[in-house]
Design a protein around this ligand. Structure first.
Ligand SMILES: *[C@@H]1O[C@H](CO)[C@@H](O)[C@H](O)[C@H]1NC(C)=O
Ligand SMILES: *[C@@H]1O[C@H](CO)[C@@H](O)[C@H](O)[C@H]1NC(C)=O
Length: 502
């Protein structure tokens, strides 16, 4: 085991944690907007793509029009479909990755053990561990003036507390850990959940009539119609009969379609026997509204069955639902979503303060505008707490954050500033207001995994539109930060606005 230190002799350095979409967007922006190259991307897996690498289950596609899921600086006019497949999206990112020669900045198979702030040096020491091919572990400490954590929110599989999983004798897998060597043909497959991924998996795997699919759900989801390329007769009927529906649809403000259109869509598309149970009893906007990838229509297939009550327990040979129904299964697929916090956020800030401890003291994760933390100078997170606006592209949110982060790190990389740290009272005030706004919204009316902690604190949702998020983060509010100035003692904020072309 070795423990060399890579220090910042060559001037300021940035470490980006995670080579997913957010981390790559950050790296590209550093190169393209600042002409800055002294950065390192640390990635625990052996390839790029993050969420788009892990989620390769059958039918995986983006659930918002893909033009919203592209970098605003790297427009791809060649998307074959509006709801591009996972493969096409990953391809898009691989192309960009190559275009910017990002490989030379990336350390794969490398995990961050912990990061410690050195107040004297005004820099982070990022402790990494690399798994080498011959099974050895190589430790390196990267010194960084700035750390950008881009590990994302939707990382670790969530199993919704379902009991008895270890008992099952068949094959089981989470949607984000699809086992491609499994042959579903002729098998009884239980798909648990009715969120985004389950709704994509059910129509895809049931195309093979020999696959018996039972979809076990707990709470219905709101589905909005979506058109891949051609519009169904049902949808056209809706457009003709609901004033304004076609216009809304064209603008893709899915949620604005409103309850009427959504319910009508269900009645046209889903089997009658399921209508009652498929009707959510909570307001739209409570959970993510899913643009229907063909889920309702697939429920008509003779090899698809829908069951309610959730999974009470997994048995050796199947599952029992909350309603006491038993289903014998060969394969279980968990479409139960993600744990919203990676517990490996091991940051030790000023005076040894640790980030998880900070979260615990607040009853759950929180940040100043999803991005910075009091006690943790020069640490920035993409898709941090309370970023998700529910219906828009997370990448759009990340670009907004990157633009904000740039305003703070530019003086640091130029040397006029050593560090910026958000003032505790500013962060506290922001979060009190944020939780108040959330409590006034519909989010708390329904249960979903967008909550952490015993007290049900919502740590994922941003209470407001993407526009409000953009407005909040458009201009860095320097006076809210504790600033340690650089060697010449003058804080320079020139050229601080670097607007994206969004
Ligand atoms: C994937 O499925 C195969 C059987 O098709 C099984 O042998 C293997 O253990 C599974 N892999 C994992 C990681 O579960
Ligand atoms: C999957 O199993 C079916 C039936 O057992 C078989 O006909 C088919 O060839 C298999 N497919 C693959 C890819 O192995």
């Amino acid at each position: 085991m070795s423990s060399p230190t890579m220090n910042t002799e060559n001037g300021p350095r940035v470490v980006i944690i995670g080579a997913g979409v957010g981390g790559l967007a950050m790296a590209i922006a550093l190169k393209k907007k600042l002409n800055f190259e002294n950065f390192t991307i640390v990635e625990k897996a052996s390839s790029i793509g993050g969420t788009w690498r892990d989620n390769d289950y059958p039918g995986c596609a983006c659930d918002i029009p893909v033009h919203w899921y592209s970098l605003s600086t790297e427009i791809n006019p060649d998307w074959p479909e509006q709801f591009a497949s996972q493969r096409d999206i990953l391809q898009y990112w691989k192309r960009i990755y190559e275009k910017y020669n990002l490989e030379q900045y990336t350390r794969f198979n490398t995990r961050v053990i912990e990061s410690t702030w050195d107040d004297k040096r005004q820099s982070w020491l990022v402790n990494t561990e690399k798994q080498t091919e011959n099974g050895l572990v190589e430790r390196t400490i990267l010194e960084a003036n700035v750390v950008v954590s881009a590990v994302g929110l939707f990382v670790l599989p969530f199993y919704a507390g379902i009991e008895g999983r270890e008992r099952f004798k068949g094959i089981q897998m989470h949607s984000s850990r699809w086992n491609h060597s499994v042959n579903l043909s002729g098998k009884k497959v239980g798909v648990i959940g009715i969120g985004c991924s389950a709704a994509q998996i059910v129509p895809e795997i049931s195309k093979d009539p020999s696959v018996q699919v039972v979809n076990i759900c707990r709470t219905p989801t709101w589905f909005s119609p979506r058109g891949q390329s051609s519009y169904s007769a049902a949808l056209r009927t809706i457009f003709r009969n609901i004033p304004g529906a076609a216009k809304f649809y064209r603008n893709f403000i899915a949620v604005s379609l409103g309850i009427q259109v959504t319910l009508l869509y269900m009645r046209f598309t889903a089997p009658k026997k399921y209508h009652k149970e498929l009707t959510p009893n909570y307001p739209m906007g409570c959970k993510r509204v899913v643009l229907d990838p063909g889920y309702y229509a697939s429920l008509h297939r003779p090899n698809v069955e829908l069951a309610w009550g959730g999974v009470k327990e997994v048995l050796e040979d199947g599952v029992i639902t909350g309603k006491g129904e038993k289903f014998e299964l060969d394969i279980i697929v968990y479409g139960t979503g993600f744990q919203v916090l990676d517990p490996a956020l091991n940051f030790y800030g000023r005076e040894g303060k640790d980030l998880m401890g900070y979260f615990a003291s607040k009853g759950g994760p929180e940040a100043y505008i999803s991005t910075t933390y009091p006690g943790f100078p020069n640490l920035f997170t993409l898709l941090g707490p309370n970023t998700v606006t529910g219906h828009t592209s997370t990448l759009y949110g990340e670009e907004i954050q990157i633009n904000y982060i740039f305003q703070l790190i530019k003086p640091i990389l130029e040397g006029s500033v050593k560090s910026y740290e958000i003032k505790a009272e500013v962060a506290d005030r922001y979060n009190v207001d944020l939780q108040k706004r959330i409590s006034q919204m519909t989010w708390t009316e329904c249960h979903n995994h967008y909550q952490a902690g015993e007290n049900g604190k919502n740590t994922v949702t941003f209470p407001g539109s993407a526009f409000r998020f953009w407005r909040l983060l458009r201009k860095a509010d320097y006076h809210n930060y504790i600033c340690i100035v650089g060697n010449d003692g003058v804080e320079s904020r020139k050229n601080r606005i670097l607007e994206w072309d969004v």
